[in-house]
Design a protein. Structure first.
Length: 334
């Protein structure tokens, strides 16, 4: 009886429907939980998956051939073409009106920066300087009595405003000085390389005269140094002088300097031996050697001509209206 009951129990167990079987001995299927609703994706717990048995190589995407893609069906208006490309630098001009020109004022205040601006202005472009140059200090060898000449100038001041002084003269050894003058001028910059000069000139020899002076001095195009001035004397005489010179550097120390000077007059001044028009003309050539930039001896030659009525005055006084000078001198500055 017992055997019959055991056999019946075994058959009953084997034929029990699958849905009635116990899942206690099966693996944990919690990783494959069904979604709570049809719209949710199943939640997969990858921490319990055995990735060592998975073939990731087969999952790699095949390269896309863009040549065979039909781009006509793509909506490019919804595509963000910028995210895959780096931003290009812009070249817009900065807006100078966006903030104060003196930016430090916005941080420290204008009062605190005033002393710094003053120091910067004085130390970088507005320093008061003294400069003196002996442009020509020379011994002149010529037919008859040898002579001498000086031509010096200098200034004190800053970039814009200066006080200029000039002096020049000449003579023959053993005789009184023929011509001598001194000028005191106020100079103001009117261009990057030119100054306007106003002042007085005092003659020191002959019938002394005092002149009002107006002129310009500076560096013309092609590096010509120019000094031009008009003089109105206390006797009503109007004269003018134009000087120009050019430094042609042959080597680092050897410099050839052509020079020209012309004196003009608006009227005859017989007591000074000056005729109306071009009074005299000087052309010279000097070769100097710069032992140092501040000190350079030179040799040269200069030709002088009296012209027009000035020539007649010179002949009447027994002077040669045409003189050749062989010169040796020193040019210096400090």
């Amino acid at each position: 009886m017992v055997r019959i009951f055991a056999a019946a129990l075994a058959v009953s167990t084997a034929t029990t429907p699958l849905i009635a079987q116990s899942h206690a001995q099966h693996r944990d299927h919690s990783m494959h939980q069904m979604p709570a609703s049809p719209d949710e994706e199943p939640a997969v717990d990858h921490s319990k998956m055995d990735h060592s048995q998975m073939d990731h190589g087969s999952a790699q995407a095949e390269p896309v051939d863009h040549n065979v893609m039909d781009h006509s069906q793509m909506d490019h208006s919804k595509m963000d073409h910028q995210k895959d490309h780096p931003a290009r630098p812009t070249t817009t001009t900065p807006n100078l009106e966006a903030g104060p020109i003196r930016a430090a004022d916005a941080i420290w205040g204008a009062n605190a920066m005033r002393a710094s601006r003053k120091a910067l202005y004085e130390e970088h472009g507005n320093m008061q300087l003294f400069w003196f140059q002996g442009d020509r200090a020379e011994y002149r060898v010529r037919e008859g009595d040898d002579g001498y000449l000086w031509d010096v100038q200098g200034y004190y001041g800053g970039d814009i405003n200066k006080f200029w002084f000039k002096s020049e003269g000449e003579g023959s050894f053993g005789e009184p000085i023929e011509d001598a003058e001194i000028q005191a001028l106020y100079s103001r910059a009117i261009a990057p390389f030119f100054d306007l000069q106003l002042g007085i000139r005092q003659d020191l020899t002959g019938p002394t005269r005092t002149h009002a002076v107006v002129g310009v001095q500076g560096l013309a195009p092609y590096m010509f140094e120019v000094d031009a001035a008009a003089f109105l004397s206390d006797q009503g005489d109007l004269t003018a002088r134009i000087e120009a010179e050019y430094d042609q550097r042959l080597t680092q120390r050897l410099i050839l300097q052509p020079r020209a000077e012309a004196n003009l007059s608006a009227q005859d001044i017989p007591e000074l031996g000056i005729g109306a028009g071009i009074d005299n003309l000087e052309l010279g050539l000097r070769l100097r050697y710069e032992i140092a930039p501040e000190f350079a001896p030179y040799i040269g030659i200069e030709q002088e001509w009296k012209l027009g009525d000035s020539r007649n005055f010179a002949i009447a006084d027994g002077e040669d209206p045409s003189i050749t000078n062989y010169v040796i001198g020193i040019r210096f500055w400090f």
